[in-house]
Write a protein that binds this ligand. Structure first.
Ligand SMILES: [Zn+2]
Ligand SMILES: [Zn+2]
Length: 128
């Protein structure tokens, strides 16, 4: 099995990302419009960037990104249109490895009934 599947899938993913960005204009997590003109943070630079004339090389937190409803790590397909949505970069980061439903419930404060197997992490507090 030496087929360059990776590249083929990368192409497929890019096509899907294009399609999602063309078809959707609202963030799937917070339901507010996504400004598709945003790319980088003007004046925002990474540590290795020498700065100007670079206009900015840090991704804008509110730019649109395409995310999976059910994350790949949990069996969701990154190539299925039905499993992909437009989302703010910031919302995408907030969502992390949660499903869209879980993330939305967390955002709105609605308890997710199916997470009883996952106990919330208790942050360590000094006993002494
Ligand atoms: Zn959002
Ligand atoms: Zn820069």
């Amino acid at each position: 099995m030496t087929t360059p599947l990776h590249n083929a899938n990368g192409h497929r993913r890019r096509e899907l990302v294009k399609r999602v960005k063309a078809e959707e204009s609202t963030c799937a997590l917070c339901d507010t419009p996504v400004d598709k003109t945003l790319t980088m943070t003007p004046g925002g630079h990474g540590k290795k960037c020498p700065g100007p004339p670079c206009p900015g090389c840090q991704p804008h937190p509110l730019r649109g990104e395409v995310d999976e409803d059910i994350p790949r790590s949990r069996g969701g397909s990154p190539y299925e249109r039905a499993n992909t949505h437009l989302m703010h970069r910031l919302c995408n980061q907030r969502k992390g490895a949660m499903t869209l439903t879980e993330a939305r419930n967390k955002l709105t404060g609605t308890p997710t009934p199916t997470t009883s197997d996952k106990r919330p992490k208790v942050s360590a507090s000094p006993i002494w």
